[in-house]
Design a protein around this ligand. Sequence first.
Ligand SMILES: *Cc1c(COP(=O)(O)O)cnc(C)c1O
Length: 364
Amino acid sequence: MLQDKSRKQLASIKPYVPGKPIEEVQRELGISDVVKLASNENPLGPSLQAQKALQDFIRQAHIYPDGGCTSLKHALSGRWGLDPGCFIVGNGSDELFKLAAEAFLEPGDEVVTADPTFSEYEFAAKLMGAEVTKIPLKNYKHDLPAMAGAVQPNTKAVFVCNPNNPTGTCVTSDEFYSFLQRVPRDVLVVVDEAYKEYVRRPDYPDTLSYLGDYGNVLVTRTFSKVHGLAALRIGYGMADAELISILEKTREPFNVNGAAQAAATAAIGDEDHVERSIDVNEGGKQFLYEAFAALDLEYVPTDANFVLLHVGTSAERLFHEMLRFGVIVRSAHVFGLPEHLRITVGTEDQNRRLIAVLKEVIDH
Ligand SMILES: *Cc1c(COP(=O)(O)O)cnc(C)c1O
């Protein structure tokens, strides 16, 4: 049977199960004001400049996109002070993890990740037949010394999610530097900074400053979070130009669509929107912290735009109960945390609604 002939690496991979689309929940409940705080999207939406760029783009939809993302790389180069040759753009940063895996991993290779962390690293590794060594978090944080210690001769890559999803915690500059000293220079270090813009702490690692000296570091960022462009699927990687040129070999010619490129290029220039988004997030965090404390619920202080909340009961059950009230959150049981919810910080109204519903369901 054909089914028996699929690559054996696929045996350990389960298809990704997406969350319920908001429209489906609206239809099932017969209400329109459903609040989705499950995927760490920007509650303010995309910047107006990005929206305008999208509208202008429509008239060119018949033209193939710029396969080299020239305008965007130019804007990114200006923003981050790196040569345009130090960037690679992906169909979401998810694609970049896959390109890195395709470029470096073979069956028998090892990859080191934290546990729990973002699931895409493991997916990309397994797809290429590599084994994944998962190092438990310590106090909800990456245990970088243990991760460096887990590097074997056959280890090809280490993934560091900073801030980490689903815990919202960061490794510090000192911790990251010591880690980088210990990891051999022929091991790829991927630092996923999807939530970087939200981080307020001064000891957050300045990873870009290492790219010149450490040709094995790839830093990824995304337009899906603070820039509010998740539906368009666009993210970017930064590394030494030689590493970028290897990753470029695995990239499809037109991997990033034109609408995404146009919107992202405009979004990079809209620093006001980023600042506003960060302000809303900071205010929302404080509101949620106080509300959680008033409910006697423990949470992990976050450096991102979501909070991991300990509910002390089945998170999956709470998720379903909250859904009935039109509030969608993420049960962290998929991350091996069966008594935690991961909740995106929303607007003031959304946060109030969340707390009201949480109060309803937590007592039952
Ligand atoms: C949301 C998220 C991303 C972004 O993925 P895209 O493919 O760029 O949308 C990357 N890493 C982490 C940890 C995330 O939570």
